[in-house]
Design a protein around this ligand. Structure first.
Ligand code: ADP
Length: 667
């Protein structure tokens, strides 16, 4: 029994020793090292059989496994980055340009020759420091006292200031205060006499980066200045560095994020915010909970094994909601805000972790749905849907080669004809991006792979033709909803802008005997219901100008319905469409199905501008619409669209409902 106990004790001590070693090699900041060591000291006095011991052990194990100071070196070759983006992504010129500009600023900041100010009233010490820093290839300026230092600070900006603490008239604290007031990002290092450590600590409380006591070793000066410079650069380069990629699904946001990481030579991680129901998913659970875990941010950094990965936070516009536990915005702000994220506090870790080296890219379907303070911290880059032509290029150049590789068909790559690709795009998908397109191409590749395996001797050179597409994917899924059906009275084509991009909708109006009620169905939101009421009131008050008899409203109920009823719809942009449907109903003039309308209607009959113009126009083309009517005040948006987006489509801009009616309704 006693031998057994002894060996258990020995193992216990060995484990603790092993962890002491791990703490040393983890290169943690000293304050965190102390905490880890304290935890081990406590464990010395615990029995390994207790739950507390296991909790402590897991905790220390987690602390030592984090990459506290491990960073990948950034590859700051702009040309290489440009090549990577161009090779892997078709089109997206604006987006690529914005990313390259963003990287260029980073590179400039990182490559600028550091400016250092050395303040010391002792000439020999001053010259010594100047000499060694010059050798490091810094640009060094000196000042012989506090007054001179203040003068230098008036005219130049420095990255790091080394200042003696004790000087006549204006001392080191005075210099520090001046620096911090004028350039909060500049780092200050105090040089103090050995006996004055207390005042040096006082200086650190006032914002100094570090102190060096005299007499100092030269390599200590060198390494402290280097650390201060790193800190300065990371705060500067982190500022405004949160990119937000906003656009419909499948428009290349994730894959572009991955390429940015590859271009920089950084690790890439992805966290979906959309499904989160609890702040602890971001920030972790307190250790006192059984089975407590760190949040996803810290977990991904641990997995990346470096403290400067590119982390993509997906679906930032979907976080929160009523059943969310805690405050998602403040947690995210702590993660993203450069003012706060150098000491991000995960509840499990319970010690700050510096996130300022992480490059965050946030994605959203609609940037406007991101909450205010969060959005302010981001540089929004809009992704938009693709035209049919762009989709075909993306399929042929990127998606098909990738799917062929992934399905083991590289030795006998099937040849997709452009007609086949176009058939998949038009008859088997209806989307702004390329997600379903990729899925359908993957299905085709899977079926080809299966045939290869079933018929080992069969011909291996397969031409994927439109006929083959139909054989593999079955009957067509989508029709041109607009061109394939007849014009009807009371049914007008409208355009909506949703999370998934643009789409067409049909507004249907009917009337029947009743008590002058307005019935609205089709999961319409409050704003859309109100615009329906406004449209009806406008028509009733101007009935004669549309050739409608005033008494047609007597003893009638009016019903407005927007299929598909299960999809919630909202927003003011259907006002003009609803008005056109009602006028069609009351005048008996059929509406042209291939004319689509989008515009907000005021009670006085004015047409106000709407959002999502590009997505709406792309959706109109996908559905086979010939004419799109938009508010006159969207003229700039229309003019800014690339020509191929508008190609083959007549766009009518107007601010008068009468013109809309004349264009949509058949005489
Ligand atoms: P998102 O993140 O916007 O939903 P993804 O990045 O997942 O979109 O893109 C879906 C698929 O479409 C991926 O396979 C991606 O490679 C491909 N894709 C989308 N846009 C492009 C593009 N411009 N060039 C090359 N491939 C693209």
């Amino acid at each position: 029994m006693s031998i057994f106990k002894k060996s258990e004790d020995k193992q216990h001590l060995e484990t603790l020793d092993e962890f002491r070693q791990k703490i040393v090699s983890a290169h943690m900041p000293s304050s965190i090292k102390q905490i880890a060591e304290r935890e081990l000291d406590m464990m010395c006095r615990m029995s390994p059989a207790t739950a507390e011991y296991t909790i402590s052990l897991t905790y220390v194990d987690y602390l030592v496994s984090l990459p506290w100071n491990k960073k990948t070196a950034d590859n700051l070759d702009l040309l290489r980055a440009q090549n990577i983006l161009n090779e892997r992504h078709y089109g997206l010129d604006d987006v690529k340009e914005r990313i390259i500009e963003h990287l260029a600023v980073k590179i400039l900041v990182m490559n600028k020759k550091p400016q250092i100010l050395v303040v010391d009233d002792e000439e020999i010490a001053r010259n010594n420091v100047e000499h060694i820093l010059n050798k490091e290839n810094y640009h060094v300026v000196t000042a012989a006292n506090g007054v001179e230092a203040i003068e230098r600070l008036e005219t130049s900006v420095f990255d790091v200031v080394l200042t003696d603490l004790k000087m006549e008239k204006i001392d080191g604290i005075g210099v520090l205060e001046k620096v911090k007031n004028k350039y909060p990002d500049t780092q200050v290092i105090m040089i103090t006499a050995y006996a004055a450590v207390d005042s040096a600590i006082e200086a650190i409380k006032k914002g100094a980066f570090h102190y060096i006591s005299k007499p100092f070793r030269l390599d200590e000066v060198r390494s402290t200045v280097k650390q201060a410079l790193e800190k300065k650069l990371s705060t500067v380069s982190a500022k405004g560095s949160v990119l937000c990629f906003a656009g419909p699904p499948g428009t290349g946001k994730t894959s572009l994020g991955r390429s940015v990481a590859d271009a920089l030579g950084r690790k890439f991680a992805r966290i979906s915010l959309g499904g989160m129901k609890d702040e602890a998913d971001i920030r972790g659970h307190r250790r006192t909970y059984a089975g407590a875990m760190p949040g996803r941010i810290i977990e991904e950094i641990r997995r990346a094994e470096f403290s400067n990965p590119v982390i993509m936070l997906d679906e930032a516009d979907k976080i929160g909601g009523q059943d969310f536990k805690g405050d998602p915005e403040s947690a995210l702000l702590e993660v993203l805000d450069p003012e706060q994220n150098h000491s991000f506090l995960d509840h499990y870790l319970d010690v700050p972790f510096d996130l300022s080296n992480v490059m965050f890219i946030v994605t959203a379907n609609v940037a406007d749905n991101i909450q205010g303070p969060l959005k302010d911290r981001m540089e929004v880059i809009e992704f938009s849907g693709y035209t049919e032509d762009e989709k075909a290029h993306i399929a042929l150049l990127h998606i098909i080669p990738k799917q062929v590789r992934e399905h083991g068909l590289s030795d006998y790559p099937p040849e997709f004809s452009t007609e086949a690709v176009s058939k998949v795009i038009n008859e088997y998908t209806r989307e702004a991006g390329t997600r379903n397109l990729e899925r359908q191409i993957s299905t085709i590749c899977r079926k080809i792979a299966t045939e290869f395996v079933h018929h080992k001797d069969a011909v291996r050179l397969i031409n994927v033709t439109p006929e083959l597409v139909e054989r593999y994917l079955g009957p067509r899924r989508y029709y041109l909803e607009v061109a394939d059906e007849n014009n009807r009275v009371g049914v007008v084509t409208g355009l909506v802008w949703t999370d998934a991009g643009g789409d067409i909708m049909f507004v249907e109006a009917a009337n029947m005997k009743g008590h002058r009620d307005l019935i609205l169905t089709g999961s319409l939101g409050t704003v859309m219901r109100e615009s329906a009421q406004a449209a009806l009131s406008y028509i009733r008050s101007n009935s004669s100008s549309f050739g409608i008899r005033e008494d047609v409203f007597e003893n009638r109920d009016i019903h407005i319905h927007v299929p598909s009823g299960a999809i919630p719809k909202d927003g003011p942009s259907a006002g003009a469409t609803i008005a056109a449907a009602l006028i069609s109903l009351f005048t008996g003039r059929p509406a042209k199905r291939d004319v689509a309308v989008s515009g907000e209607l005021t009670l006085s009959g004015r047409i106000l501008p709407v959002g999502g113009i590009k997505e709406k126009i792309l959706a109109a083309r996908r559905a086979g619409v010939k004419i799109v009517i938009l508010p006159f005040r969207n003229k700039v948006d229309v003019e800014n669209l690339p020509l191929d987006v508008k190609d083959g489509l007549e766009i009518v801009l107007t601010d008068r409902i009468e013109e809309i009616v004349d264009t949509v309704l058949i005489k």
